[in-house]
Design a protein around this ligand. Structure first.
Ligand code: CA
Length: 192
């Protein structure tokens, strides 16, 4: 049943019985536009005479909601002190999270699967001489983890964590402990 031939060029679906080829996982992260409800995914080999194989395509939606703050408001993030979404300083899109002064944070509870390894990724930038912004995760059944970002231009930070055997949620956050300037956070996603 897997030996159907696709009508597109020379793409062929084969039944992999020998498992002789070594496959490498590749991941791309993308954000749909404000009005976009579809996307085209593909496997493409530009040249060559040999045969390549692809398998196990999946698309996973980030469990973090409004991670790019493009809702234009904070929800479902919970803001503590001067955490607001601003129509400025965005890394992508139009909006970013602003953490003014300190202590200040925004956090949200995300639904996850137990005993599963995830990577939390986000971008932050701080003002001059500002203490670092922490992007982190807690309440997942393991030790709280965070990454500190203190660059004045958007810098990626990520932490990898594994949920406990009975844990189905985690709290993710962006936190600025002190300082008088504003920091900005954008594009927070969770992948697995
Ligand atoms: Ca954004």
């Amino acid at each position: 049943m897997f030996n159907k031939i696709l009508s597109l060029f020379k793409s062929t679906i084969v039944k992999d019985t020998k498992q002789t080829s070594k496959k490498t996982k590749g991941t791309v992260t993308f954000t749909t536009g404000a009005a976009n409800t579809t996307a085209t995914i593909y496997l493409y080999k530009p040249s060559g005479t040999t045969i390549a194989y692809g398998d196990d395509f999946t698309i996973l939606r980030s469990p973090a909601s409004n991670g790019g703050f493009e809702n234009g408001s904070l929800s479902p993030w919970y803001g503590w002190n001067a955490a607001t979404v601003v129509n400025a300083q965005a890394r992508t899109g139009s909006y970013a999270l602003q953490l003014a002064g300190g202590s200040v944070s925004a956090e949200q509870v995300v639904t996850l699967s137990p005993n599963t390894t995830y990577t939390l990724t986000g971008y932050a930038k701080t003002g001059n001489s500002s203490p670092p912004v922490h992007i982190g995760v807690k309440n997942f059944g393991g030790t709280e983890q965070f990454v500190s970002i203190s660059s004045t231009s958007y810098t990626q930070g990520s932490v990898t964590f594994t949920t406990g055997s009975t844990n189905t949620s985690a709290t993710i956050y962006a936190y600025k402990p002190s300082g008088a300037t504003s920091a900005y956070v954008d594009d927070i996603i969770i992948t697995r």
